[in-house]
Design a protein around this ligand. Structure first.
Ligand code: HEM
Length: 220
């Protein structure tokens, strides 16, 4: 009872928000970006990576369940925090606080909703899409490389859609990283902070790395 009350307090909600976000970032987004980079090294390397990943069934299912729990907790806590902040701001009758916040901070709920929409579209495109097979070292494997290539090749509109969503990923991460560190007490907001700059660079680097793949696939 005491624990539930703590988790639903404002600091408890922030801890759940930061921890679910950190889990998704470290256990899914960073490895997913690393794996996707292999696309740039050609068909055999990318298909071999996907083939080995598909063989790790218990680990993949474990991560998928953890991601499902994390995304649910993250969305509920984000909605509760946004709602509480709006209520507090309107009772103060002041707009000052929102003007002092960065664009990324103010857009957090919107970039979050966009990422959710992106994941739904993305899963339909790649996860729940029937993949054809190809040969790799004498074995038949799923042609994940061919699937990504054919999604973007000659489809500039689709490349644009992905790039648009990657802007949302970059904006969301740039505020989320420093915000999580603030929740854990590692970062105190101030101008010229190295943590603030590092959050921005990591977010831009990751969003750009993801964005390169549709562009390269289109040009291929
Ligand atoms: C823009 C570059 C990206 C490319 C080319 C890409 C590619 C892929 C591919 C090929 C799969 C299917 C893997 C398989 O079934 O073998 C996949 C799965 C997935 N991707 Fe992406 N991805 C990109 C960015 C992202 C981003 C930015 C996110 C999250 C914000 C994301 C979230 C997911 C999720 C949740 C899955 C399902 C994982 C699973 O359940 O196994 N992807 N992606």
């Amino acid at each position: 009872m005491k624990n539930t009350r703590f988790l639903l307090s404002s600091i408890g909600q922030k801890l759940l928000l930061a921890t679910s976000g950190t889990i998704m970032f470290l256990l899914f987004l960073v490895p997913h970006m690393g794996g996707n980079v292999l696309f740039l090294f050609g068909k055999d390397i990318f298909n071999s990576y996907a083939h080995h990943l598909h063989k790790l069934v218990p680990i993949v299912i474990g991560i998928e369940v953890l991601m499902l729990v994390s995304i649910s907790v993250h969305m509920i806590m984000a909605a509760r925090t946004t709602w509480a902040n709006r209520k507090a701001a309107s009772s103060r009758h002041s707009q000052k606080g929102s003007k002092e916040r960065s664009l990324a901070a103010r857009l957090m709920p919107w970039s979050g909703i966009m990422i959710f929409a992106f994941i739904v579209i993305h899963l339909a495109n790649f996860k729940f899409y029937e993949k054809s097979k190809t040969m790799l070292d004498g074995h038949e494997v799923y042609d994940v490389y061919g699937m990504v290539l054919s999604r973007f090749q000659g489809d500039l509109w689709y490349v644009g859609v992905y790039l648009f969503f990657m802007v949302a990923v970059g904006l969301h991460l740039s505020h989320a990283l420093q915000s999580a560190l603030q929740t854990y007490g590692v970062y105190v907001p101030r101008t010229g902070s190295k943590i603030k700059a590092a959050s921005m660079w990591i977010a831009t680097g990751m969003a750009s790395t993801f964005a390169i793949i549709p562009i390269i696939a289109y040009l291929n």
